[in-house]
Design a protein around this ligand. Structure first.
Ligand code: PMP
Length: 439
């Protein structure tokens, strides 16, 4: 056995391939706040894996639940039959549903990933409109810089242009809401500015007609575009405009769900309740792939019993409600409950904010943004080579024992919610030292 396996056969997500093969970093084990690489070095996890390991790595309760379920019943379908653990898990999730008991988002549809959750929510929205006699409403409006996974559904409403550039035919009947959320980041000092950008939805309604629009989908806080925060009042305004025209509002909470902002969901943080919420990642603490869509009773009832309900419509996945994933999810929710993790980020938020903002004024830093236990440090791009400076900082941090995430020239941070204050300091000082060394 060598520490470095054959690298050629594994097809990595496209963009990352070349840089990785030039200098492979291989993780071999994980426990608590740390990874261990193949050479035995400990690496502090500043990203909760990929925004998913919210309770930290190697949680015994989750592992044992998975082992127990695997050895009891490895798989069972959820078509025309069920298994208790899928119902138990749906009930557990419903008890924490986005928007609380009053929000009414307690109908849970299981998927296998965030991208599948997005596809599911888009299909539910269009099918719901049809079921209630609004069959001309087939258009979904997304947002500039929106990220909704990489399925065809998600890229058709996504606003990260590179992700759909080579599929020009895809977004034919969808329209992106051209809102420039970046201009409105809290951190750029324009907290009151931006409500009027929600009015852009009014423009699209006037352009296309409300009778063509099924739903609008947004991330309440954009993650993959580099942690872009919504201006105050923006989500409320979107909700009001959507209501005015019979348009459903979908929040993509794949990143913000399960305590990331210090509330169970961003829906709770912002106090704006959508009609559908997509989730994944933290739902099983990153252990077994899974996602879920929360739907309001209005949407559920309309879709299932509306006058033009399409009884022949089929939607569901082989792995919807997979028993092992449900076991992992149920144990994950118990860990979140027992340790208060769904609100822990709110206790740490001000320390986190202060620590991050202590990096202000260091070389290359042009903006720092934070919300809950999410952080972004935006660097000035290197002349003629955008993204390379942040990548250098990423490599430097990794070599010093810290995992961060970079997208373009933005460093994104989202540590496990079990993080200790001393580890916050370690994250910030390691990044600070790397910035001072970066050319
Ligand atoms: N929506 C959002 C907001 C996401 O951040 C992501 C993944 N980062 C997805 C959807 C897609 O999730 P997955 O990669 O599990 O398909």
């Amino acid at each position: 056995h060598t520490n470095t396996p054959v690298l050629d056969n594994f097809w990595m997500p496209f963009t990352a391939n070349r840089q990785f093969k030039a200098a492979p970093r291989l993780l071999a084990a994980a426990e608590g706040m740390y990874y261990t690489d193949v050479d035995g070095n400990k690496v502090l996890d500043g990203t909760a894996g990929l925004w998913c390991v919210n309770a930290g790595h190697g949680r015994k309760k989750i592992t044992q639940a998975v082992e127990r379920q695997l050895s009891t019943m490895d798989f069972a379908p959820t078509f025309q039959m069920g298994h208790p653990i899928a119902f138990d898990f749906a009930a557990k999730l419903a008890a924490h549903a986005p928007g609380g008991p009053k929000g009414g988002l307690d109908r849970v549809f299981f998927t296998g990933s965030g991208s599948e959750s997005v596809d599911t929510a888009l299909k539910i929205a269009i099918a719901y409109q049809r079921a209630i006699g609004q069959g001309t409403r087939t258009r979904i409006i997304g947002r500039e810089k929106g990220y909704h996974g990489v399925g065809f559904g998600g890229i058709s409403v996504g606003g990260l242009v590179n992700n759909r550039r080579v599929f020009p035919q895809i977004p034919a009947d969808h329209m992106r809401h051209t809102l420039d959320v970046e201009r409105n980041a809290f951190s750029k000092g324009l907290p009151a500015h931006g409500i009027e950008l929600a009015e852009d939805l009014e423009r699209l309604v006037a352009l296309h007609g409300a009778e063509t629009i099924a739903a609008v989908i947004v991330e309440p806080m954009s993650g993959s575009a580099g942690v872009i925060l919504p201006p105050k009042g923006y989500l409320e305004r979107l909700r009001a405009i959507a209501d005015k025209y019979g348009i459903l509002l979908i929040f993509d909470e794949v990143i913000t769900g399960f305590g990331r902002l210090g509330t169970p969901f961003a829906t709770d943080y912002f106090g704006v309740v959508p009609d559908l919420v997509t989730t994944a990642k933290g739902i099983t603490n990153g252990t077994i792939p899974m996602g879920a869509v929360f739907a309001s009773r209005k949407v559920y009832d309309g879709l299932m019993t509306g006058p033009e309900n399409q009884i022949e419509l089929f939607h569901g996945y082989t792995y919807s409600g997979h028993p092992v994933a449900c076991a992992a999810g149920l144990a994950t929710m118990e860990v979140y409950e027992e340790e208060g993790l769904l609100t822990r980020a709110s206790e740490l938020a001000s320390d986190w904010e202060n620590a991050l903002h202590s990096l202000k004024g260091l070389p290359h830093v042009v903006d720092i943004r934070n919300l809950g236990l999410v952080g972004a440090i935006e660097l000035a791009p290197r002349d003629g080579a955008p993204g390379t400076r942040a990548y250098d900082v990423f490599v430097d941090c990794f070599n010093k024992g810290l995992l961060i995430r970079v997208t373009g020239d933005i460093i994104a941070l989202s540590p496990p919610l079990i993080i200790e204050r001393a580890q916050i300091e370690t994250i910030v000082s390691t990044i600070g030292d790397a910035l001072k060394r970066a050319a």
